[in-house]
Design a protein around this ligand. Structure first.
Ligand SMILES: O=C(O)c1ccccc1N[C@@H]1O[C@H](COP(=O)(O)O)[C@@H](O)[C@H]1O
Length: 207
């Protein structure tokens, strides 16, 4: 079954909706974004996340101190690096990690092989911020990827309508969504539920 990460949560109601609907990962944004929250805010939200659902902190070019403080205070299970962090930087910090790659062309997909991380997240390039633009990239660019599919998380403009064809085409380990489960700039419990239902009932080609 394809795993789902619901990203950019800010309200307890939406954390509960994601957990109840079967999300495997919940993402808290610590980087500049309209979804950015403080470490203390995330700590409060984290109280509503059971241990089987993994808490992910999303950062863009953070300092080591920022990452360590958030991991310790919130009890993060994974750190998502969504900027230009080097493989050495991620390695030195040593936390379970997800590295995001903004895909403009195949050369961006190839960059993934330079990293030794738990999951490789392929996303569309950001617009105002480093990610979370709600834009889709060309999924056919992943066809030649050398990274094992069971380490791939697909992101970028996914929603309740396109998540099934996306999974059928790419067969990723997981899918990640932010804009696609929002209405008028705010997360929507009904869309979260519909997205998770769609993503977890469709079968990929390889998984
Ligand atoms: O969500 C954001 O605002 C954001 C800002 C900076 C870096 C990453 C961000 N979000 C990540 O991008 C994916 C895709 O978002 P979308 O579904 O296209 O809106 C999101 O899931 C986050 O992992």
């Amino acid at each position: 079954m394809t795993k789902v990460k619901i990203c950019g949560l800010k309200e307890v109601e939406h954390v509960k909706a994601a957990v109840d609907a079967g999300a495997s990962f919940i993402g808290f944004m610590f980087a500049p974004s309209k979804r950015q929250i403080t470490i203390n805010h995330a700590k409060e939200l984290a109280k509503h996340v059971p241990t089987h659902v993994k808490k992910v902190g999303v950062f863009v070019n953070p300092t080591k101190e920022e990452v360590c403080e958030a991991v310790e205070t919130v009890g993060l299970d994974f750190v998502q690096y969504h900027g230009h962090e080097s493989a050495d930087f991620i390695q030195e910090l040593g936390f379970p990690s997800i590295k995001a790659f903004s895909i403009r062309g195949y050369e961006d997909v190839e960059k993934a092989s330079q990293y030794d991380v738990d999951y490789y997240l392929f996303d569309a390039p950001g617009t105002d911020f480093a990610g979370g633009s709600g834009r889709v990239f060309d999924w056919t660019l992943l066809e030649e990827a050398t990274i094992s599919k069971d380490r791939v998380i697909l992101a970028g403009g996914l929603n309740c309508k396109n998540v099934c064809p996306a999974i059928q085409q790419v067969s990723p380990f997981g899918v990640d969504v932010s804009s696609g489960v929002e209405r008028d700039g705010r997360k929507d419990a009904d869309l979260i539920k519909k997205f998770i239902q769609a993503a977890t009932t469709v079968k990929g080609v390889y998984i």
